[in-house]
Design a protein. Structure first.
Length: 223
């Protein structure tokens, strides 16, 4: 059984794109469980249903069904001080004009802490900042400098603290999950599966997945 810890961003992208069937497909083919902490359940399911968020209501119902079917599994988050350590390090790592940049929310920090405590190396994240923080922090630094037009200073101690916590994590986006599913037969029920893949990739992009137009084009051309 393989576990993938999920942020709300990726599941929202899939739900909004009516691609929740991909979770079932991969669960059945590879016995993958998509693990979420309570904070993600709240953002993904509880708030849209109880709060009357009509835009996400149908997606929330589909994800609630996936939880009922044990495709998505909630695990209690017992991260405590570990979450705070990650939050403090990430939000006091980059400084612009002497002021720290807040890069993570408590829910995101809690997810990263939980991944380490549960020894789950694969994390499903569509949000760009968190993904870059894990995969390429100095590329994120460059991006911030271009965005704000000033030099970004790095607190080396906090950088090392955060790096120790997240360096073994592998980030997966919903687009990469979609490509994996396609390569294993998902979308084969469409008359033109590759055309369906292209359409689905653009749909998850417009639903919040941080994949570039050039990435989509390069993958389609390479195949």
């Amino acid at each position: 059984m393989k576990d993938v810890l999920c942020d709300s961003s990726s599941l929202i992208s899939l739900g909004d794109s009516c691609l929740d069937g991909l979770l079932y497909f991969l669960h059945e083919k590879y016995q993958i469980r998509f693990i979420i902490p309570p904070e993600v359940e709240n953002e993904l399911i509880t708030r849209p249903i109880s709060g009357g968020l009509k835009q996400y209501y149908f997606s929330a119902l589909k994800m609630k069904r996936a939880m009922r079917d044990s495709v998505i599994v909630k695990t209690p988050a017992q991260t405590g001080s570990h979450t705070q350590e990650i939050l403090n390090a990430a939000n006091h790592m980059f400084f612009i004009k002497g002021k720290p940049l807040a890069l993570l929310h408590p829910g995101e920090a809690g997810m990263l802490a939980l991944a380490q405590e549960l020894d789950i190396s694969q994390v499903l994240i569509d949000e760009r900042t968190t993904r870059m923080l894990i995969e390429a922090p100095f590329l994120l630094k460059k991006h911030l400098e271009e965005e704000f037009g000033v030099t970004t200073m790095v607190n080396k101690k906090n950088f090392e603290t955060l790096n120790q916590q997240i360096r073994n994590m592998q980030v997966i986006r919903s687009s990469e999950l979609l490509i994996l599913g396609y390569e294993q037969g998902f979308l084969q029920h469409f008359p033109e599966p590759r055309e369906a893949l292209e359409a689905a990739l653009y749909k998850v992009k417009f639903s919040g997945c941080s994949i570039g137009f050039n990435e989509i084009s390069e993958f389609l051309q390479s195949g």
